[in-house]
Write a protein that binds this ligand. Structure first.
Ligand SMILES: [Zn+2]
Length: 406
């Protein structure tokens, strides 16, 4: 729908096979490859380009709060020869790109000032071999930007969420078995949202996925637990969809895993967060604010007053859920303390949107902080990963054991 109205009429050589093989093939299999790109220009006009090995059909739209230009494309593989050729500059203050679903990729350009697209085109550099997606931006005004958003709204409704809504949560839910518990392991970030990046280039989204898989297998081996994961690949999943996934699967426990960055680089070790409207401390507050930005990073609409997640919380908060989450948090601190380093006061709390399902107990586990170089090394260490996953599994088992039928 967006493509039909806002697409700049670019080539249509989208390979027809992607959708058909998507279920079996790894993310991005058979996709066009992006081999390079650059951002050039100044605060008056800025050019962004990407080099691709084939033509793809793209669409673009504007978003506000913060101001962004979003470009959607079929699955793309970003494989740059230079580590990161797209240094933000001029009108582009920040950029993200990556998978938004298995079949779609997205480029998000955050704007330093209101700007408009003056030209968007797929140039043929070498027919059949190299193509260049060129996006030209010019400085605009607040009034003009608002007017563009209104026109867009009239045409397509609220944008952004259209792309991922329901995409990840439509699977049939298996009936709950007597004497078994459902544990959801939730690897933070993914796809276009890489999360924190360490000094040596470690991306949080990859760490959380690797550790998540390890935890899943160890928890499943430790007792009568059905372990589900919100994502098992490098794809984006919105906070809303994550919460919907927990609820739809009637999770008995959620463990959301992260390895974020903090402004205090000396801060290191694992910490466990539970949900609270007021944060236990300043750092926890900042962390939750940052985490709750994940949907914006993915090019979705910012939360509004009628946002589902907030609505849920306003409805009612469950004391029992809070009690369970706190109890598990204590168990987890106990277990992790046996084998890995924890921060001082490791039990913390803040308003994490991902923990806001009222009937689902859960914690957010920060395994360590990528802002600390020692932690970055440790997080990549396979022995440390194995120990951590084993301790998490032990905590899950200790937590549920008293509730198992004799
Ligand atoms: Zn994170």
């Amino acid at each position: 729908m967006l493509a039909a109205i806002l697409c700049a009429g670019i080539g249509l050589a989208m390979p027809a096979t992607i959708d058909a093989v998507a279920q079996e093939a790894p993310v991005g299999a058979g996709a066009a490859t992006v081999t390079g790109g650059r951002i050039a220009g100044d605060m008056e006009s800025t050019r962004v380009f990407f080099d691709l090995d084939r033509k793809v059909d793209i669409s673009s739209f504007y978003m506000s709060g913060p101001d962004r230009i979003v470009i959607d494309a079929p699955a793309l593989l970003f494989r740059f020869a230079v580590p990161d050729p797209l240094e933000p500059r001029g009108l582009v203050s920040f950029r993200q790109f990556g998978a938004i679903t298995r079949e779609r990729s997205r480029i998000v350009l955050s704007l330093a000032e209101p700007a408009r697209i003056t030209a968007i085109a797929m140039d043929e550099v070498e027919p059949g071999k190299q193509y260049r997606l060129v996006i030209d931006l010019a400085k605009s005004t607040r009034e003009e930007f608002t007017a563009m958003l209104e026109r867009q709204r009239e045409l397509v409704g609220a944008s952004g969420a259209v792309v991922t809504k329901g995409d990840r949560v439509r699977k049939p839910v298996p009936a709950k078995k007597e004497g078994r518990f459902t544990v959801v392991v939730d690897p933070g970030h993914g796809g276009i949202d890489s999360g924190a990046v360490g000094k040596n280039g470690t991306e949080e989204k990859n760490l959380t996925l690797a550790l998540g898989k390890l935890m899943k297998s160890k928890i499943a081996q430790s007792g009568p637990y059905d372990v589900l994961m919100t994502r098992e690949e490098d794809v984006f999943m919105s906070l809303r969809d994550r919460v919907a996934f927990f609820r739809q699967n009637s999770a008995d426990l959620v463990i959301s895993i992260h390895a974020d960055s903090l402004r205090l680089s000396q801060f290191r070790g694992a910490s466990i967060y539970t949900l609270s409207e007021t944060a236990s401390d300043r750092l926890s507050h900042e962390l939750a604010e940052m985490e709750n930005m994940a949907d914006i990073v993915g090019g979705l609409a910012a939360s509004t007053k009628d946002d589902e997640v907030r609505g849920i919380l306003a409805e009612f908060t469950s004391r029992e859920t809070d009690r369970f989450s706190m109890a598990f948090s204590s168990t987890l601190v106990n277990e992790l303390g046996k084998g890995i380093q924890l921060v001082k006061n490791p039990q913390r709390h803040a308003a994490f949107a991902v923990l806001k399902a009222p009937e689902v107990p859960g914690v957010l586990l920060e395994m360590g902080y990528l802002s600390n170089e020692e932690d970055e090394k440790l997080l990549l260490d396979s022995k440390w990963q194995d120990t951590t996953a084993s301790l998490v599994a032990a905590a899950v088992d200790n937590f549920f054991k008293p509730r198992l039928p004799d």
